[in-house]
Ligand binder design. Structure first.
Ligand code: ACO
Length: 351
């Protein structure tokens, strides 16, 4: 319902406050997000010092962690939490777009007060002094749906990382930075980039059967990216919405992407294969999302960053839930020792 009816900003408010905002609350929230959307100018030099080939997820994780140095802790706890949450939600878009612009050697585009959350991000990504960006409502809508579908998803790897880090009472910037680092992995959020790389590889080699065989081979670490999920042993409901949106977006933008045809065919072939049927492997949210992002012009290296922006409200909401729990304990998974019994230290020349 949210993907169909809500704005991303309303969804963010819902995640953080537990209910949808009324008109006044939404206006106040928009003003706050606008007021905090700039990034400290001194942070620019960091961006410029990363090697051009750096992955944007590494940059984002580092820069989010660095925010604490630029915005020191406030004395009043409630004010500190509200300010940190607002800064993160607002600045993450600016920071993400900045890393893209700087990586291309382009002029950074500042956020605009007259643009809503999604449109503002697209403008920061694609506006240039020589080619003004025209807001495309279909692209804005696709991004809205993409971000809403990623907003939260219980105790996945990155959310657990945020909770575990947060349990040590680190500041929220550091906990979110840990979440971004976890999301980067190709078995988690990094899968959206890996799917496009896999589909491009299949297109180039014109060999889908080979990919299927490799995915089934236990000796080969290769897996069909965008397939399978720890929780869903059936079709990921987010993937259904994403696939539908992908079709309608490409139609509206009049784009024909050969990777979409390959993805659809791969889904059909895999779902007819005994291995995928027996293992209950279906497309997950990442399978079609990359094609949506490509259609709106997002470069592949930024895909997981897009996921991170969408997931941020969920991470914050989960962290807040822990914070509100009077019994929130330092996280410490138990370890069961199965190694050899007591051993003696052997001096180096006797080993
Ligand atoms: N391709 C081939 N085989 C697979 C795949 C796949 N994509 N996914 C699972 N399997 C197989 C495993 O080899 C294993 O087989 P076995 O029981 O015969 O040894 C069985 O299915 C179960 O796999 P597990 O890894 O134990 O299942 P788990 O629940 O841990 O897997 C995961 C979840 C990591 C997402 C997995 O399906 C995978 O690696 N998928 C590809 C990466 C991907 O798309 N990740 C995004 C997930 S969604 C998200 O995080 C946003």
């Amino acid at each position: 319902e949210l993907a169909e009816k809500a704005t991303f900003k309303e969804t963010v408010y819902l995640m953080i406050n537990g209910r949808l905002p009324n008109r006044d609350e939404l206006t106040r929230f928009s003003i706050l997000l606008n007021d905090h959307s700039l990034v400290h100018e001194d942070m620019r030099s960091f961006y410029e010092s990363f090697p051009r080939i750096s992955h944007p997820m590494g940059i984002l994780s580092s820069m989010v962690n660095a925010l604490r140095s630029f915005y020191p802790e406030l004395q009043n706890l409630e004010e500190e939490i509200n300010m940190t949450v607002t800064r993160l939600l607002s600045k993450i878009r600016t920071m993400a777009a900045m890393s893209y612009k700087i990586s291309r050697g382009h002029k950074v585009v500042y956020p605009r007060p007259d643009l809503a959350y999604c449109a503002n991000f697209l403008n920061m990504m694609f506006h240039s002094p020589v080619r003004p960006y025209e807001i495309d409502e279909d692209a804005v809508n696709a991004l809205r749906v993409f971000w809403i579908l990623h907003a939260d998803h219980e105790q996945n790897c990155s959310t657990s990382a945020v909770r575990l880090d947060g349990s040590a009472r680190v500041n929220l910037y550091a906990a979110i930075s840990a979440g971004i680092a976890a999301l980067w992995g190709p078995l988690h959020g990094g899968a959206n980039q890996a799917v496009i790389e896999m589909l491009s590889d299949i297109a180039e080699k014109k060999n889908m059967a080979h990919a299927i065989e490799r995915a089934k081979d236990k000796e080969d670490p290769f897996r069909l990216m965008g397939f399978g999920h720890r929780v869903y042993k059936t079709y990921d409901p987010r993937a259904k919405i994403m696939k539908k949106m992908c079709d309608s977006l490409l139609n509206k933008l009049n784009i024909s992407d050969p990777l979409l045809d390959i993805a659809k065919e791969l889904e059909v072939v895999a779902r007819k294969d005994d291995y995928f049927v027996e293992h209950n492997l279906y497309p997950n949210v990442d399978f079609y999302s990359g094609i949506v992002l490509r259609a709106i012009g997002i470069p592949t290296s930024m895909f997981t960053v897009m996921f991170a922006i969408g997931r941020l409200p969920g991470w914050i909401a989960q962290w807040k839930e822990s914070l509100d729990d009077p019994n929130w304990k330092l996280g410490r998974p138990r370890q069961i020792y199965t190694g050899p019994p007591q051993t003696q230290f052997v001096p180096i020349d006797k080993r």
